[in-house]
Design a protein. Sequence first.
Length: 201
Amino acid sequence: MFDRETQVVDCRHGMGLGRGGGLAQRGTLSETGRPDVIAVAMSPGRRHITKPVCEITYGMRRENIQVSVMVLNTGSGIPDSGMVSGSFGIAPEEVAQISRHKLAVIHLGNIRDHVVKKARAVLEQVEIPAIVVCQIPADFEDFAKGGIKTRLVKPKNEDIQTKGTIMDIVTGITRGETCPRDKLNELVKDVRSIMKPMQNN
């Protein structure tokens, strides 16, 4: 008998497009055997490096957390921005895939306005708890001001724009750089604290 929990991972939903290597290509889904946690990453590009997502996924799996990984097909801009490089979006198929899971870990970037808008765009359509992982220092107040339900700060009822709720925030994870061990530990601790009540029900 092995001293670890075996995880079976279907490594790719489809062929990756655009930049990125291995798993971290846009429009891909790595789905684990049990739909507990899904890590959601923006599509790779010049400013959107998905390396931390691979590392945080590996870190969680090493701690016996069942994690699927989705790299969105679009996501190089911000929602409704009209940016030439492409605007952020989430397809109905991606919404359905995220919704099958109990918890989403959403990896975002280093511009507060973009982080808030992208988190809101996902949680408008997905009614599950979420942890936001980003580089920029951000708090629950920042997301609540953007109409996002959070564990500690609630928007005014008329301002609520999301079905899902941000339960925790892990900051200081830089795109394209190695994820610090203490940040992985913080994320694992947050995931376990959210998942424990669900597993007891």
